[in-house]
Design a protein around this ligand. Structure first.
Ligand code: C2E
Ligand code: MG
Ligand code: MG
Length: 249
């Protein structure tokens, strides 16, 4: 972290109405000894201690720095989401710390989204709820990440004022599985989207890889997506080309 070896990659989020860029997720990459190390290799290690919190704040700070620079350069801005580990749940000062960073760069809160995953215990549930409420009161968007895997309970959706529900890629039919399994996914996807939207949540599908999946999402009224079909997580310079594209449409 001290050597700034961690880098922010930006994965575009698009609207399926016109395939325009309308947001991005900041994902961490570690450039170490000339090699690009992916999160699955270092996040679990950092999560064994509070080090992951430092990494998350580092990522948020770099995102805010980029947003400020883009604004100063006259670029169009889109909402950027940052992942916050579950390890933050014990941190009473989390919301204040996020505010301190975002406000130091003068970034309007509506341009920042915090992605949080579901929790496993009652205590965590109560803490998560307080955090989601506090972020929303400050005008940040808050997304429940990887919804549908792990321990996602319906209470999690009912009791917290999420803005966005990110449907995990495991609910997207793959087209090459046993027919039954794909059919099951279609049914669940349809009802997750319907439920979320009727509750006033925005839905986004992550891990979209095929045109067939786009068709299914549109049929079910889900018009936000992120995935390799559109773009992989991009280094900042490449993402800036996508941002500049917004002006030419
Ligand atoms: P996530 O937040 O659910 O991020 C989405 C992951 O799916 C990313 O993996 C992304 O590269 C990958 N992905 C995107 N589109 C597709 C697709 O079409 N197909 C497939 N198979 N995968 C796709 P990545 O970048 O390796 O990150 C993995 C996880 O590591 C993230 O899952 C997130 O939980 C965690 N992570 C990454 N950066 C950070 C960070 O700064 N802080 C924290 N706390 N966690 C992070
Ligand atoms: Mg995420
Ligand atoms: Mg996810």
């Amino acid at each position: 972290l001290r050597n700034e070896e961690f880098m922010v990659y930006y994965q575009p989020k698009v609207t399926l109405k016109n395939y325009r860029l309308n947001g991005a997720e900041a994902l961490c990459r570690w450039k170490h000894n000339g090699e690009m190390v992916l999160p699955y290799r270092f996040i679990p290690v950092l999560e064994q201690s509070n080090m992951i919190c430092e990494l998350d704040f580092y990522m948020l700070e770099h995102v805010c720095r980029d947003l400020k620079r883009w604004r100063d350069e006259g670029r169009e801005l889109v909402k950027i989401s940052v992942n916050l580990s579950r390890v933050h749940l014990g941190d009473m000062d989390l919301v204040e710390h996020v505010l301190e960073i975002v406000d130091r760069y003068g970034i309007p809160h509506s341009y920042i989204e915090l992605e949080l995953t579901e929790t496993t215990t009652d205590v965590d549930f109560r803490e998560l709820k307080q955090i989601v409420i506090a972020f929303r009161m400050q005008g940040f968007s808050v997304a429940v990440d990887d919804f549908g895997v792990g321990y996602s309970s319906l209470n999690l959706i009912r009791e917290m004022p999420w803005k966005v529900l990110k449907i995990d890629k495991s609910f997207l039919p793959e087209g090459n599985e046993e027919q039954d399994e794909d059919e099951q996914k279609r049914v669940m996807l349809k009802h997750i989207i319907g439920m979320a939207q009727n509750l006033g949540l925005e839905c986004i599908a992550e891990g979209v890889e095929t045109a067939e999946q786009v068709t299914i999402l549109k049929e079910n009224n889900c018009y936000h997506a992120q995935g390799y079909l559109f773009d992989k997580p991009l280094p900042v310079a490449e993402f800036e080309i996508r941002l500049d594209g917004l002006k030419n449409v």
